[in-house]
Write a protein that binds this ligand. Structure first.
Ligand code: HEM
Length: 351
């Protein structure tokens, strides 16, 4: 594991331990525009090159994180838009609920905020749906498929007394077994990130910055956490002739890995790049900061970001209201090599 310190005061006593591969990326390639990672993969972290490559062609079906094909079946634009509308409505309804005095978010993060978000947004769902946003399903895609198949086989709609989310209502409207299984798999694809990604983002924010100064806004804290520990730390594009045309160092067989993890700490773009300083965002528009791509690039930006930010702010409201901090006894936090970049096993306590 490789070390990186987080910031000032209580924050600065905590060390982030990156998995060796991530640590190597940060130490060897930060500040470089393009470098070879594998015989068939180049890494890209130069701001102009990232921009030109991501504009060179739209993402293809396999590259889309949420709506890649389900067991070979393409997800149409209409289905994708309908699903996003359904989950957005569920999140909007959840955000209207009062913060609640009985909530206790102390414990091990990101598990605790994951469960909180699951209960907040999908809590009233029947078990066969709720299981689909379980963290344990991440262990293997086969387990996800098994949970989908089991849930689909439990025929019949739940009783009318069970309030269904908009998302689940779409599954129950499907006419055939295959359609229902497909819809249920997509339920998992859309519902799970609401819990996983938001829990990761807020855990990273707490790790980097708690206890927060009163003058630091939730928005700026989150933008800064997305900079230093971007949950979506890489954007993959498969080899294609458009990329070779942009830069001759990219061969026809080369996939490209765009690395916001590196551009977000590029000393040419950021003053004091490794330090957590939410105030740097005051008056800045995150959508126009060169090399800042926590939610992807220009026209292809994350469709979920308008849900992510208010949910994350709600968690921060609770953290600040209840005086939650990282346990003073915890000096180091690990970031594993995973699709989602998060500090794991953070012990959160009341101050
Ligand atoms: C911290 C939270 C999140 C981060 C950092 C994030 C990041 C990203 C990034 C970097 C992309 C662009 C990927 C590319 O160009 O290849 C993207 C696209 C996308 N994201 Fe997110 N995302 C988050 C949460 C969510 C959530 C909760 C949802 C859905 C409920 C979602 C749905 C999508 C969709 C639909 C796309 C468009 C591409 C596709 O079809 O999959 N995201 N996101």
């Amino acid at each position: 594991m490789s070390l990186s310190s987080t910031g000032r005061s209580a924050r600065s006593t905590r060390a982030t331990l990156f998995a060796p591969r991530l640590g190597e990326l940060l130490h060897r390639h930060r500040g470089a525009d393009l470098f070879r990672l594998e015989p068939d993969t180049v890494g890209v972290a130069g701001v102009e090159l990232m921009d030109t490559l991501l504009s060179a062609r739209p993402a293809n079906a396999e590259e889309r994180p949420t709506f890649k094909p389900v067991q070979g079946r393409l997800v149409t634009r209409t289905d994708a838009a309908g699903l996003m509308q359904a989950v957005s409505a569920d999140v909007r309804a959840a955000l209207k609920k009062p913060l609640g005095s009985a909530v206790d978010l102390s414990g091990r993060w990101p598990h605790v905020p994951h469960v909180y978000l699951r209960d907040l947004v999908f809590g009233e769902e029947s078990l066969r749906f709720r299981i689909l946003v379980d963290r344990r399903l991440e262990l293997t895609p086969k387990l996800t498929w098994a949970a989908v198949a089991a849930g689909t086989a439990m025929l019949g709609k739940p009783g009318t007394e069970v309030p269904l989310s908009n998302l689940a209502a779409r599954v129950l409207d499907a006419k055939t077994y295959d359609d229902r299984r497909y819809a249920m798999y997509l339920y998992r694809r859309v519902a799970a990130p609401v819990c996983f990604t938001v829990a990761a983002l807020v855990t990273n924010a707490l790790w980097l910055g708690a206890p927060f100064d009163d003058g630091e806004s939730n928005r700026d804290i989150l933008l800064e956490a997305l900079r230093l520990l971007p949950p979506s730390w890489n954007i993959l594009r498969q080899a294609s002739p458009e990329f070779t045309a942009v830069d001759s160092r990219i061969g026809p067989q080369d996939d490209i890995l765009i690395l916001p993890l590196l551009s977000h700490r590029d000393p040419r773009l950021w003053e004091d790049p490794n330090t957590f300083r939410p105030e740097r965002w005051v008056g800045l528009d995150p959508d126009t900061q060169p090399g800042y791509l926590p939610f992807g690039h220009a026209d292809e930006r994350c469709w979920g970001r308008h849900m992510v930010m208010p949910l994350a702010e709600r968690l921060l409201d609770l953290v600040r209201r209840d005086g939650l901090v990282v346990s003073p006894g915890q000096a180091a936090g690990r970031v594993e090599l995973d699709g989602l970049l998060e500090v794991s096993g953070v012990r959160v306590v009341r101050s």
